[in-house]
Design a protein around this ligand. Structure first.
Ligand code: GLV
Length: 326
């Protein structure tokens, strides 16, 4: 019997590719060429499955052009690159990689918070530029982290991981806002208190964004929200570009409306708003929050397991639209 045909849309670990090749007839992109939507469609035609990352958009146009497609496995927990209702309507299964990256991503969220509050990138650039000629009492004096108020917008698994780090490791007063309240048990484990979005913006010393991107969360933080934050506050975005209005943020940073920001995700990435590149009080990283070797391997394995689980054994591990299975 011939093997199902699979497209691996981006470069992956050679071991992942070798594993997929045991089960599928694979077309891959180990050269990691940038494909247009038309390139993606041309390669996806006739394939039963796709191994994707957050950079391939699977929408109604792609689905209409690829009627043989049965499953797309995203190597990411976020899946705003999938039009899940359109996939469900066409009977195409969508899967993501939850859980395996939670703690690693929470580590990074906390690292970015620390780097932002304590001005690590800014001071490192200063030193490298040969500008450090003497010590002074207020040189790169930043914001306190321990004992301060941590506000988390979006309290899913990663948000809870950041809350636990803040509360237990740094004695922070943790407040959160989310579509729904956590159970009392989870609130106790995170030592976190539910507040309105306005209260969070107005009282937090450090605001961390960990909410999923959708039409509703577009520009959750814009000029009006930045104006509500304390002038000493910091903002960290490890969620998705588009949740923050990057132009408004650059302006707020330039005007010192808030003290500093740490961004791992950007509107229109890998392009970065040019104004963000010129303000000193922002730490910029290229969407690497889940990037440790063991975690990226676990994500790749889970995406592969979903494809093998579904196309070979009929049982995906982490389906996003399980209704297509019935
Ligand atoms: C990364 O951004 C992910 O969603 O896994």
């Amino acid at each position: 019997m011939s093997k199902p045909r699979l497209l691996v849309a981006r470069a992956v670990f050679p071991e992942t590719l070798a594993r997929l090749e045991q089960h599928f007839e694979v077309e891959h992109n180990q050269a990691d060429a940038a494909w247009s939507k038309q390139d993606l469609i041309a390669r996806l035609r006739g394939k039963a499955g796709a191994f994707t990352t957050g950079t391939e958009r699977i929408d109604a146009e792609v689905l209409a052009a690829c009627p043989e497609l049965k499953v797309c496995a995203n190597m990411a927990v976020g899946y705003n690159n999938f039009d899940v209702p359109a996939m469900t309507a066409k009977g195409v299964l969508a899967t993501n990689t939850p859980d395996v990256l939670t703690e690693t991503t929470a580590d990074f969220g906390f690292a970015l918070l620390m780097a932002t509050a304590r001005r690590i990138a800014e001071s490192e650039h200063y030193l490298r530029a040969g500008k450090w000629t003497k010590w002074s009492y207020d040189m790169f004096a930043g914001a306190e982290v321990h004992g301060s108020t941590l506000g988390i917008l979006g309290m899913g698994r990663i948000g809870q991981g950041i809350a636990r780090r803040g509360a237990h490791g740094f004695g922070m007063n943790v407040i959160y806002h989310n579509r729904s309240w956590l159970s009392p048990d989870l609130e106790a484990a995170c030592r976190a208190r539910y507040v309105s979005k306005d209260e969070l913006l107005m009282t937090a010393d450090h605001v961390v964004l960990v909410l999923p991107y959708s039409a509703e969360s577009h520009h959750t933080i814009g000029a009006a929200e930045l104006a509500k934050m304390k002038p000493t506050a910091t903002l960290v975005n490890i969620a998705r570009g588009g949740i923050v209005d990057d132009a408004a943020l650059a302006q707020a940073l330039r005007d010192k409306r808030i003290a500093a920001a740490g961004l791992d995700v950007f509107e229109g990435e890998p392009k970065v708003h040019p104004d963000l590149l010129t303000v000193p009080n922002v730490v910029l990283t290229p969407h690497i929050a889940s990037a440790t070797v063991p975690t990226r391997r676990a994500m790749a394995d889970l995406a592969a397991d979903n494809l093998i689980g579904f196309l070979v054994n009929g049982k995906p591990l982490t389906p996003l639209n399980p209704e297509v299975l019935t």
